[in-house]
Design a protein around this ligand. Structure first.
Ligand SMILES: [Zn+2]
Ligand SMILES: [Zn+2]
Length: 191
């Protein structure tokens, strides 16, 4: 079970009108979250561009179905050369959100799910923040690389081989160095 950590006002939608509407009614919105706000969503990622996207809500018999897509720019550290770089991150999802208040009687509804991220609050606010936070985290690569052909760091002198050519390869012709460098290469590949 997940608990929403931070809610971003730009990702909250008052859907009272939709809840009162007929099954099959829809509403569409675009959203824009500036970097300063997006940074507060999760301390595990460092946003360097705004979050932009769109969401469409559909009223079903008991829930609101949200179809959402968006993209952001996140700063990561290259696992090969250790330099920071900005990665565009895109996501799309479909989730059902559950009202907690009966829109006609105003009475509390029994909870049918235990995921707080998918509950519509008593003020009829549907908050996309938590699902979007999870989507962005899921979209981040486990071993980020700044570019496909990143040459990484020299395992011997630590020089960034994207920027400079060192001469360690020459030294590595000594078989003892070759064994060491192969070992270091294997370690840096595994990390
Ligand atoms: Zn790199
Ligand atoms: Zn070197």
């Amino acid at each position: 079970m997940s608990t929403p950590q931070n809610s971003l006002p730009d990702l909250q939608f008052n859907i009272v009108g939709l809840l009162k509407g007929q099954v099959g009614s829809t509403r569409s919105y675009e959203f824009y979250v500036p970097v300063s706000e997006l940074d507060q969503l999760d301390e595990d990622f460092d946003a360097t561009g705004p979050l932009t996207g769109a969401v469409r809500f559909f009223k079903t018999a008991d829930t609101i179905l949200a179809r959402c897509h968006g993209e952001a720019l996140v700063r990561l550290e290259c696992s090969r050369c250790l330099e920071p770089f900005d990665l565009p991150v895109a996501f799309s999802f479909e989730e059902e959100y559950h009202p907690t208040i009966d829109i006609t009687t105003g009475r509390k509804l029994p909870l049918t799910i235990d995921d707080a991220a998918l509950l519509i609050d008593e003020h009829h606010i549907l908050d996309l923040s938590e699902v979007i936070r999870q989507e962005i985290l899921l979209a981040l690569p486990i071993t980020p690389i700044c570019r496909e052909d990143c040459a990484g760091l020299c395992p011997i002198c630590g020089a960034n081989r994207n920027l400079e050519t060192c001469h360690c390869q020459d030294t590595a012709s000594d078989p003892r160095w070759a064994a060491l460098s192969a070992l270091l290469d294997r370690q840096s590949d595994a990390s």
